[in-house]
Design a protein around this ligand. Structure first.
Ligand code: NDP
Length: 333
């Protein structure tokens, strides 16, 4: 694979220039470019520059508003509803996260109900921001059907990611962020682009047969849930939390109503924040650290989020796929 070396600043500037050219206002372009840059910085490669052409496609088709101005509704003492104004999720989150953090610090628990937004990024930026404020964070969102419920050969669920972050004051939070599919579709597409195979159990080809060829899964096949019927149940939970609970679309509804421009469909995101200071009171930090220490004492164990946090320490340039850069450069011509 040929690559081009880009600094983190180059990555941010390339994203911003491309988004501005394609109809984002300065604020929307800045926030989304920061999310893209942070994904590349942390090695969340399927959610960095790789997603920029799809973001641009949904700006060009006018499915997503590049000048979105999300607004907040206080629905109940512990519930903030945010109307996303048809914008990309990072812009909506930039308004919603400070509000939910503030509310949860006072209340002990808070729900952020995000509606009319378009999510195609990783979820760790939101849960990690909540944990960095000393709170426990949980987030999930649905997408379009790509995953067959356990027992089926046809898709119904989205890849429906969930993320959880635990605060560790003075230290980096512990964060997991995962698709409830055996693998995120973005990872399958990256594997196809790089010519790698994927493990058996990742998905089925268009004839309903198991395959290790990522192209066969991405083109007309389906993904499988992680962990069989157990992952399938968690994926159903995500549909209910991010769809029915918020008054937003299920993945299958998003597909019916999406314009299929390749960008993210309209949908909701469910976020829950909890204050251990208010719920446990004292000593919760030390208590949780005991668990992490026990885990790390076992050979072969690492904490989720550790890979990204190590990548983050490297402030040097990143090697970006040359074909991708060429494709992105054409988007501003
Ligand atoms: P991975 O399977 O790569 O990783 C899932 C989690 O497991 C990460 O938190 C990772 O931490 C952790 N992990 C991986 N290996 C280990 C290990 N050996 N020990 C301990 N922890 C480990 O992620 P997915 O492919 O499932 O998802 C990738 C991304 O795709 C996510 O960010 C998700 O939010 C995003 N996504 C977004 C969608 C959307 O609609 N917006 C849809 C679907 C997915 P670490 O990062 O440190 O490796």
């Amino acid at each position: 694979m040929s690559t081009i070396s880009l600094t983190l600043e180059d990555i941010y500037n390339l994203s911003k220039k491309t988004l501005l050219f394609n109809g984002c206002d300065n604020q929307n372009a800045s926030i989304l470019s920061d999310t893209i840059m942070r994904a590349e910085r942390d090695g969340s490669l399927s959610h960095g520059l790789f997603r920029l052409p799809a973001y641009v496609a949904s700006l060009r088709s006018k499915k997503v508003k590049g000048n979105a101005k999300p607004t907040i509704e206080n629905k109940a003492p512990g519930v903030i509803r945010i109307l996303g104004d048809g914008g990309f999720a990072p812009i909506v989150l930039s308004v919603g996260l400070p509000a939910i953090i503030d509310l949860t610090k006072k209340n002990g628990v808070g729900v952020l109900a995000i509606t009319n937004s378009h999510h195609m990024a990783a979820l760790w930026p939101e849960t990690e921001a909540i944990a960095e404020a000393g709170l426990v964070g949980f987030a999930c969102t649905a997408y379009k059907p790509m995953v067959a419920p356990a027992g089926a050969k046809q898709s119904l669920f989205g890849t429906n990611p969930i993320s959880f972050a635990w605060p560790r004051p003075g230290k980096t939070p512990v964060v997991y962020d995962m698709a409830t599919a055996s693998m995120a579709m973005g990872e399958v597409q990256v594997a196809a682009r790089e010519g790698h195979s994927v493990p058996l159990g990742t998905g089925l080809n268009k004839d309903g047969k198991e395959t290790t060829n990522p192209s066969e899964i991405a083109d007309g096949g389906v993904l499988l849930p992680f962990g069989g019927y157990k992952g399938s149940a968690i994926s159903m939970m995500v549909e209910l939390l991010a769809g029915a609970l918020l008054g937003e679309w299920f993945s299958f509804e998003a597909k019916e109503l999406d314009n299929n421009d390749g960008g993210p469909p309209k949908g909701g995101e469910f976020i829950l924040a909890m204050s251990p200071d208010k719920i446990a009171g004292q000593n919760w930090e030390e208590h949780a650290d005991q668990l992490f220490e026990k885990m790390l004492a076992l050979e072969g164990v690492r904490l989720p989020g550790e890979r990204r946090h190590k990548n983050r320490l490297n402030l040097g340039p990143r090697e970006i796929n040359k074909e991708l850069i060429e494709k992105i450069n054409k988007l501003s011509e």
